[in-house]
Design a protein around this ligand. Structure first.
Ligand code: G3I
Length: 317
């Protein structure tokens, strides 16, 4: 059978997955499926501050390097994730006493050291992640409190300086349907563009459920492309109640189908990335009790109805 990677490529988009460094290193069948089915990978955790920066003066590159090296060896692209986020920050940072100037320097150094290291290998970056609340206001958190809203524009500028060829994204969740958050995200991207900030794409995460109806997604994606940016689905998963039932799996397959079709329908939708490809390794179970089985492959790496519906849409629409 033809892989999602090849099917997507023939349609002019990339199909990717998040990758766990631990599974890649310790689970041979996981690594094999990742390598054969997906054209681009996003390190699920390996490039987050909490992993990469055990101390102020230490970068721990091991996990990230292993993921990037494997991707390059497999001819896969890499989407870096993420340079600035309110979550998964180390205690030396959040509990440290820094002046504003020192903190800006720490952030700039982090962004530029990381982007420079992977220049030429990491083509896309989720530069800033989840900067808005659901009501559209700026999301409270360490960076906003300490540096003010300007930190977003700064991080894009610093990343661009470090690798002018990298394609820089703003990544957000909960903006897959019309509402205050999608509107605020649009306004933010427009404002960044007006200021000349080097932002090249908008990522919609798409953490959905079997009851989601992502029928507004094509219009939303298209609206962003009106601002002269690419768009991508960056963290797609579709959780369903567990234990799974045939009806649950069918509802899930339908949501995967709709999201894939939405990206295909929008000229500048360049990729779809799933947030984990096997139920064996997914963040959902620990976060949403009673829910799970959110991915395309089951625990044994057998394809699920959702896989077949994605492959079908990539083949036929
Ligand atoms: O690896 C350690 C392990 O050694 C330790 O025993 C265990 C005990 O807690 O923790 C493990 O690390 C966890 C890691 O996932 C790997 O499982 C971290 O505590 C945990 O915080 C981390 O969660 C990640 C979460 O982001 C927070 O960074 C999830 O894997 C990851 O899927 C999730 O991804 C986010 C995106 O980055 C942004 N969008 C939402 C998405 C889902 O929350």
């Amino acid at each position: 059978t033809v892989s999602l990677r090849e099917l997507a490529q023939s349609r002019g988009i990339a199909f990717g997955s998040a990758v766990s460094a631990a599974s890649l290193a310790g689970d041979a069948s996981y690594a094999r499926t990742l390598g054969s089915e997906f054209g681009v990978v996003t390190p699920e955790d390996a490039m987050k501050w909490a992993v990469l920066r055990p101390a102020r003066d230490t970068f721990r590159w091991g996990d990230a390097d292993a993921i990037v090296d494997a991707a390059v060896a497999n001819g896969q692209g890499v989407r870096g994730h993420t340079l600035v986020w309110h979550s998964s920050l180390p205690a030396w940072l959040t509990g440290g006493s820094f002046t504003t100037t020192e903190l800006r320097d720490v952030l700039k150094e982090h962004v530029q050291t990381t982007v420079r290291r992977y220049a030429g290998r990491v083509k896309f970056w989720d530069v800033a992640n989840e900067v808005l609340n659901n009501d559209g206001s700026p999301r409270a958190g360490f960076w906003l409190e300490r540096l003010g809203e300007e930190y977003i524009a700064d991080v894009f500028r610093w990343a661009h300086e470090a690798d002018p060829a990298a394609v820089l994204y703003l990544n957000e969740y909960g903006a897959e349907t019309h509402g205050p958050k999608a509107d605020a995200l649009y306004a933010l991207v427009r404002s960044l563009k007006e200021q000349g900030v080097p932002i090249h794409g908008v990522g919609l995460q798409a953490h959905l459920t079997g009851s989601s109806r992502p029928d507004q997604l094509p219009a939303l994606l298209r609206r962003f492309t009106g601002l002269d940016v690419d768009v991508a689905v960056t963290e797609l998963d579709v959780r369903i109640p567990v234990p799974v039932t045939p009806a649950g799996l069918a509802s899930q397959a339908e949501v995967y189908r709709q999201v894939t079709a939405a990206c295909l329908a929008v000229a500048r939708c360049v990729s779809i990335t799933v947030w984990g490809f096997t139920d064996r390794r997914s963040w959902i179970g620990a976060t949403y009790p009673g829910w799970g089985a959110a991915t395309l492959f089951d625990d044994d790496l057998a394809t699920k109805p959702a896989y077949r519906s994605v492959a079908d849409v990539l083949t036929r629409t």
